[in-house]
Design a protein around this ligand. Structure first.
Ligand SMILES: Nc1ncnc2c1ncn2[C@@H]1O[C@H](COP(=O)(O)OP(=O)(O)OP(=O)(O)O)[C@@H](O)[C@H]1O
Ligand SMILES: [Mg+2]
Length: 228
């Protein structure tokens, strides 16, 4: 097996005026291709920070991050953009939908960046929206959707470019149990297709879907062990 994501002694320090916030304190992690990982830890423990490092959305203060055998610190902005657009699908904790675009346009966006033909973009986006239970909300603007529905749009968008790695920051955090279970099934389906899934969750039931749980506390990660 090959590691698709590797962290070596990764530290992240946020400078807030005079004070330093040590969000990650020397993380060592290896994630194999095709693994389904849960990341669990208290609020403020560094989970989103860790996800941002793995998705090349932020840079560590110290240490090494490798994605698909590439050292991120040696990649230029264009290469990093390509990695974020093609290899990684990011489900954000705060959704990050574009408010001037309707549901289907938001999901089509990553495909637009990749220059996929328009008709294909539409059919792929609506198929995914169907899967997350939003087939009847294609023309709604984000402001016309509930929190859970916005969450589902962001999930469909993250999956649109058929990424090898899905980084999901509390994908079921705003959902009722039934919709949450649907999303977990969708992530499992993706994982069965060979994709690597890394999911932050507070819910032990959701963590059950994963092969392994990485625990994090006060910026210190514990890699966990593979389930039987
Ligand atoms: N941009 C930032 N600037 C300064 N401090 C930050 C920044 N982002 C996060 N932090 C701090 O870093 C620590 C880790 O934050 P992070 O968002 O990674 O936590 P989390 O585990 O995702 O929490 P939650 O479960 O509440 O989402 C927190 O103490 C937070 O206040
Ligand atoms: Mg977070």
């Amino acid at each position: 097996m090959t590691a698709v994501i590797e962290l070596e002694d990764v530290e992240k320090v946020y400078q807030m005026g005079e004070t330093e916030v040590r969000a990650l304190r020397g993380s060592d992690l290896e994630i194999e291709e095709g693994e389904f990982i849960a990341v669990m830890g208290p609020s403020g423990s560094g989970k989103s920070t860790l996800m941002n490092m793995m998705g090349a959305l932020d840079v560590p203060t110290n240490g090494l991050v490798e994605v698909a055998d590439r050292d991120l610190s040696e990649m230029g902005p264009d290469e990093l953009a390509l990695l974020r657009n093609k290899k990684v699908g990011f489900i954000f904790q705060e959704f990050n939908l574009l408010k001037n675009m309707n549901t289907i346009q938001n999901v089509m966006l990553p495909l637009t960046i990749q220059e996929v033909p328009r008709s294909e973009r539409r059919s792929r986006a609506s198929e995914l929206l169907e899967k997350v239970g939003l087939g009847d909300r294609l023309e709604h603007m984000p402001s016309e959707l509930s929190g859970g529905q916005r969450q589902r749009v962001s999930i469909a968008r993250a999956l649109a470019n058929n990424p090898e790695i899905v980084l999901a920051d509390e994908p079921t955090g705003n959902l009722d149990t039934e919709t949450g279970a649907k999303i977990m099934d969708l992530l499992t389906e993706f994982n069965n297709e060979g994709k690597t899934i890394i999911m932050v969750t507070h819910d032990p039931n959701d963590a059950e879907y994963a092969d392994r749980t990485i625990k994090i506390k006060d910026g210190v990660t514990h890699p966990g062990e593979e389930d039987e």
